[in-house]
Design a protein around this ligand. Structure first.
Ligand code: HEM
Length: 468
């Protein structure tokens, strides 16, 4: 395996593709200051081996700066519980099982369809107000999408609407502080956790900023979880319409832990879903024929009267909708992949990997644009995700190796928010497309892949009224 001393991570995806092209499907990088060896794998069969060897308590990579805040700055609140992302071993599994029950159950997700639909309808109204005289969205449209996601996910984490979609939010409002804090934490975590960790030697400005944002997020989360939980009678018999937070508190009545889980739901759900929603809207705007096909499908499924709520049945019927989302996640995925530290010795490819000694980076997104896995990979072809029997100009995605396309990770530690993420994005796309025709009339958007891939040039979508 090659030895590489340089560490240019300006764009993670380009960097990993360069590694694959230069060194092949498995690459080891040693002698990283303050870090374990890094092994990058780009072969679906080897990726399958990684997950087979992940053990009963998969270890992903601790967000060390978050750990620092939780253990050293606020041990009074966290009290030894580091949350879903950072916990390991049995303590992770215990917390994860509490989260899985409400978040991964279809019936619970379905309860949220009308509520999340209302958020998407409000977003569609906001879009109208944001349009300029050229019918274009403002440069910072990405932030508006971010607000839509935070508003939807606060329904799950806090059982409440934060009010993010109001125009001209007061800078001191909880919604605005939350928006700024999450954005900041995400950005800073990349610098603190994936670059040389000077902050471990002395308290850098970046670390101080992370601490401030984490304090803000904790204060606001605590307020909303406590407010919501005061409404619940946790001793009353359970009902099928209970919210996620209510269910979490019934399984573990400690509100502090519910606050921590709520923050992790936001941390895991907001940036990932926002960036994915951007990818989907952008792909549809750039591919008017696919957008039209989807619009026709939606028109035939969804009630014509916009005051009628969407239901899970409407979403389930719309097969092309899910295909359009998956294809956008393939071409413009938000996460690069995931990481595992193997708890047992393993053979990956032909190499011996001793236990606990390396972080194995499962960089699936690097595979998504390779013709060998997805023919005509640079073309937006949602049809490749449709079932057998449906016509498609290229080989179907179902024929790719099952460990090729893993946008939500895999195994016991895979994303618990997958069903919510699809549902949220589906309601957004339905509401946007029924109201507007999207166009892209500018040079291609520039994306930068760091902790997540995100658009770094303005998102000036042209948004035309459908009913005119
Ligand atoms: C399109 C949107 C999303 C994408 C692409 C995504 C992707 C991922 C990925 C790749 C992981 C790591 C999985 C692994 O290591 O195997 C993850 C973990 C996680 N995600 Fe998501 N996610 C999305 C939305 C959400 C939403 C909406 C929520 C919550 C409502 C959420 C909550 C979490 C949590 C809590 C974890 C950590 C799980 C653990 O460590 O046990 N995600 N997500």
């Amino acid at each position: 395996m090659p030895y590489i001393s340089s560490w240019d991570t300006t764009d993670f995806l380009k960097w990993s593709k360069a590694m694959l092209d230069e060194y092949g499907k498995i690459v080891k990088i040693s002698n990283l200051p303050g870090r374990k060896d890094m092994i990058m794998v780009f072969d679906p069969a080897v990726i399958a081996e990684v997950f087979k060897n992940e053990g009963p308590y998969p270890v992903r990579f601790k967000f060390e700066a978050v750990h620092y805040f939780r253990e050293k700055i606020r041990p009074d609140f966290y009290d030894g519980f580091e949350g879903i992302f950072n916990e390991a071993g049995e303590s992770w599994l215990k917390a994860r099982l509490i989260l899985n029950q409400p978040m991964m159950t279809v019936a619970v997700v379905n309860i949220y369809v009308p509520k999340v639909d209302q958020v998407s309808k409000d977003f569609v109204k906001l879009v109208k107000a944001l349009r300029n005289e050229k019918m274009e969205m403002p440069d910072n449209f990405k932030n508006e999408i971010f607000k839509w996601t935070l508003e939807s996910i606060s329904l799950i984490a806090y059982d409440t609407r934060l009010g993010c979609l109001k125009q001209n939010l007061d800078k001191d409002s909880d919604a605005q502080i939350m928006i700024d804090s999450i954005d900041n934490i995400f950005e800073l975590t990349y610098d603190l956790d994936l670059k040389i960790p000077f902050w471990k030697v002395f308290p850098t400005k970046t670390l101080k900023s992370l601490i401030d944002s984490s304090e803000n997020m904790l204060r606001i989360s605590q307020k909303y979880v406590e407010r919501a939980s005061a409404k619940f009678d946790l001793d009353a018999p359970g009902t099928s319409d209970m919210s996620v937070l209510q269910r979490i508190l019934r399984l573990d009545p400690d509100t502090k832990r519910a606050v921590i889980m709520g923050m992790d739901i936001l941390f895991g759900g907001v940036d990932t879903t926002s960036n994915t929603a951007v990818s989907v809207l952008y792909c549809l705007a750039c591919n008017p024929d696919k957008q039209e096909k989807l619009y026709q499908e939606l028109k035939s499924i969804v009630p014509a009267d916009p005051s009628e709520n969407l239901t899970s049945e409407h979403l389930a019927k719309s097969k092309y909708l899910r295909a359009c989302i998956k294809e956008a996640m393939r071409m413009l995925p938000a996460p690069n992949g995931t990481i595992r530290t193997l708890p047992q010795d393993a053979i990956l490819g032909n190499y011996f990997i001793p236990k606990d000694r390396a972080d194995v980076w499962v960089f699936n997104s690097t595979l998504y644009m390779l013709d060998e896995h997805f023919p005509d990979a640079d073309k937006y072809i949602p049809e490749r995700w449709l079932r057998e029997g449906e016509s498609c100009p290229v080989r179907k995605a179902s024929e790719a190796h099952p460990y090729t396309f893993l946008p939500f990770g895999r195994g016991l530690r895979q994303c618990p928010g997958m069903r919510f993420a699809y549902m949220e994005i589906e309601t957004l796309v339905v509401r946007m497309l029924l109201e507007y025709k999207l166009e892209w009339n500018h040079p291609p958007v520039k994306f930068l892949s760091r902790m997540l891939r995100t658009a770094v040039s303005p998102l000036n979508f042209t948004v035309l009224d459908r009913n005119k």
